[in-house]
Design a protein around this ligand. Structure first.
Ligand SMILES: [Zn+2]
Length: 432
């Protein structure tokens, strides 16, 4: 498709009947193919139809997350989810006798992905898959809508984060409590959805013949190269080596802040006089990022110019917008997209490096890898692209933080280390 700006990209419902017919036809062609060349041609015809469906689904999802109160995209998400689930039987029937030839040309990973898809989907769990998606959507919406008044200002979760790193201890504590109260206010909805998800996922796993949802989740996340035991061993090493290092960093932070005990509402403040905040408006930060990427390499420069030219961002936080940040892609346009919740802290710059690292991977891979399922990376290596870009960007931090750039670098390294035990806690909780 001819490239156009994000806001001009038309959303039209994918023609699901035509797509199902395309699947049927491809299944027949693959079965009857006289040669590998014939099978390959059939495969790429279907891939294009799938990319068009995916592009519409992603467009819908992005617009839904930008404004979860928009009833149109909220409804379309549910419609697409049901339609997508109805493709499960066709996707399962899809097989080629030319697997060795496909593997020889495109590598073994392609079939590991296909096999994982087969093992994690089944006609018997279609209603559960739909319900699971709807519950997640509702969960995101409930948290996106939560707002509170803090010192005369309307704040969502992201607005409060800025106050949670204030040099004023009372303000930090108050902000943290407002943040917790905001969760408390919506906890009946969140807990209800979460509890139903736990039972539903457990049931799905048993239906598919897995011992527990954890085993199913490993495959759903395409964790091919390590097991639950490996993850447990990694956690143990982190506990022995990284956790004491983080404790030492926190002790230094306590001394620097001059407090008797480092409390939960102190952790976000690294320097007593205040953390390093980026200098400039959102538009100025994007311009600085453009300069940085042009200086970094011709490839990154071309990539970021593309992002800016076609407005492939939605950066500012606002009520009704989904929490967090992510990068996604519109395959038919070969275009990445970056979503975040800017709130005036250094995390804004991290988005322009971290999410842009993911987006740069997508930008290059979509242009160099013909099999689209291989142009996405898996959770095993995703963060290599993004976190490496955060570090590649170090020499340019002066332009974002001025004389506070050293402070930013220190805080960034502290964050990179202390996030490791935190992630292990989250991961272990999810296992349990
Ligand atoms: Zn990431």
């Amino acid at each position: 498709m001819t490239m156009i700006a994000f806001q001009d990209m038309p959303y039209v419902r994918p023609d699901m009947e035509a797509l199902k017919a395309a699947y049927q036809k491809t299944i027949e062609q693959l079965k009857g193919a006289a040669s590998y060349e014939e099978a390959k041609a059939a495969f790429f015809v279907l891939q294009e139809a799938e990319e068009q469906r995916a592009t519409m689904a992603v467009l819908c999802s992005v617009r839904n997350t930008i404004d979860t109160t928009d009833a149109y995209y909220d409804g379309e998400m549910k419609w697409l989810r049901e339609q997508n689930a109805s493709l499960i039987p066709l996707r399962k029937a899809y097989a080629s006798p030319f697997r060795p030839q496909f593997e020889a040309e495109f590598g073994k990973q392609m079939f590991r992905l296909i096999d994982a898809g087969l093992k994690t989907s089944d006609e018997r769990i279609i209603p559960d898959v739909i319900r699971e998606g709807n519950l997640c959507q509702q969960y995101q919406k409930d948290s996106a809508l939560a707002v509170t008044e803090f010192r005369g200002e309307q704040c969502n979760f992201y607005g409060l984060l800025k106050h949670m790193e204030s040099p004023d201890r009372e303000e930090r504590k108050e902000a943290f409590h407002a943040w917790a109260a905001l969760y408390e206010k919506i906890s009946p909805q969140l807990d209800g959805a979460y509890d139903e998800l736990v039972h539903l996922r457990d049931r799905m796993a048993h239906t598919l013949g897995f011992e527990s949802y954890t085993d199913l989740a490993y495959l759903e996340r395409r964790r091919f190269d390590y097991t639950k035991d490996d993850a447990a061993r990694f956690r143990k090493q982190v506990k022995e080596i990284v956790t004491p290092a983080v404790a030492a960093i926190r002790e230094r932070q306590r001394q620097l802040l001059g407090v008797d005990k480092l409390r939960y509402y102190d952790e976000a403040l690294i320097f007593p006089e205040g953390n390093a905040d980026p200098e400039g408006t959102m538009e100025e930060l994007v311009r600085k990022a453009l300069t940085m990427y042009k200086e970094m390499s011709p490839e990154t420069g071309e990539f970021f110019e593309f992002m800016v030219k076609y407005h492939l961002f939605d950066l500012k936080t606002r009520p009704g917008k989904r929490m967090g940040g992510y990068m996604t892609r519109f395959p038919s346009y070969q275009a990445p997209f970056i979503f975040s919740n800017f709130n005036g802290t250094s995390a804004d710059v991290d988005v322009l490096t971290h999410e842009a690292g993911h987006a740069f991977q997508g930008y290059l891979a979509m242009r160099s890898i013909p099999v689209s399922m291989l142009s996405g990376s898996t959770s095993e290596i995703n963060e290599i692209h993004s976190m490496t870009m955060e570090h590649f960007a170090y020499p340019w931090m002066k332009s974002f933080f001025g004389e506070n750039s050293e402070k930013y670098l220190t805080a960034h390294l502290i964050g990179a280390i202390s996030v490791i035990p935190y992630m292990c806690v989250v991961d272990e909780f999810q296992h349990i």
